[in-house]
Design a protein around this ligand. Structure first.
Ligand code: GSH
Ligand code: NAG
Ligand code: NAG
Length: 233
């Protein structure tokens, strides 16, 4: 495909934000060079490409950097022909952007807050916030998909699918560490079935870097307050 010369992703294997950029590129069927960053020793290229946040992901297209995963996904969608990532209908586009922002602004801080909680009370509060946010997304899925589509995006994965789908390997890590299911068949039956379909898609399955649950578990164990100290309270 024309125009994809010099597509480079600066990333981190364990980052859901990086994963979504790579899955968006997969959706368009374009190939890219993936470069793993060491966040304790950021490369000159990363610092130069994202001087404001100094974070991954960065997409470098023909030498020009684009930052912030949601912005990059929209850039990729506009740049490449092929299946749309965002819906084409303006109202549906707005709705998809709303739910992507909700996932990042509410759902993510809730489960991340749970991981970083310093007391049992704080952890319980964040668990409740997480489960309440995922319920909203369950209802959103029912509405978005008209009750019978396979994905938020319809017959194939789109913007909200990729944004929420990028969290799934972290949800699995949360399940292993805390024995807490953020998505399951009894609490969120639609999302539980959706998640199974999502991880089975080529876009999600054949992605570089490969989402690594063990690595996410290690991250949680590094981040969280000693589990024993909290669970014994
Ligand atoms: N809102 C950003 C979040 C990106 C982000 O938090 N990246 C983390 C890795 S998961 C990072 O690069 N952190 C490096 C740092 O904070 O120094 C996006 O959507 O791209
Ligand atoms: C930091 O990264 C540079 C290359 O970008 C490398 O040469 C150097 O050895 C690294 N330093 C450490 C402490 O890992
Ligand atoms: C499903 O998840 C909810 C919330 O985490 C939990 O209360 C419930 O026990 C889980 N159900 C099953 C069958 O595991």
């Amino acid at each position: 495909m024309a125009g994809n010369e010099g597509l480079k992703v600066l990333g981190l294997q364990v980052s859901p934000f990086v994963l979504r950029v790579c899955m968006a590129l997969n959706t368009k069927g374009v190939s890219y060079e993936y470069v793993e960053e060491d966040l304790s020793n950021k490369s000159e290229l990363l610092l130069k490409s994202n001087p404001v946040h100094k974070k991954v992901p960065v997409l470098i297209h023909n030498g020009k950097p684009i930052c912030e995963s949601l912005v990059i996904m929209q850039y990729v969608d506009e740049l490449f022909a092929g299946r749309s990532i965002l819906p084409t209908d303006p109202y549906e586009r707005a709705t998809a952007r709303f739910w992507a922002a909700y996932a990042d602004d509410k759902l993510l801080p809730a489960w991340y807050g749970m991981v970083k909680a310093q007391s049992a009370e704080e952890r319980a509060e964040k668990v409740e916030e997480t489960l309440s946010a995922i319920q909203h997304m369950e209802v959103a899925f029912a509405k978005c998909s008209g009750g019978n589509a396979a994905f938020f995006g319809g017959d194939s994965i789109g913007y909200v699918d990729i944004v929420l789908g990028s969290f799934l390997f972290w949800f699995e890590a949360v399940r292993r560490v805390y024995d807490l299911e953020i998505i399951n068949a009894s609490n969120t039956p639609l999302l539980a079935a959706w998640a199974e379909r999502f991880v089975g898609t080529v876009e999600a399955k054949e992605v570089v870097p490969v989402p690594d649950v063990d690595m996410a578990v290690q991250c949680i164990n590094k981040l969280h307050a000693p589990a024993a100290a909290i669970s014994s309270q």
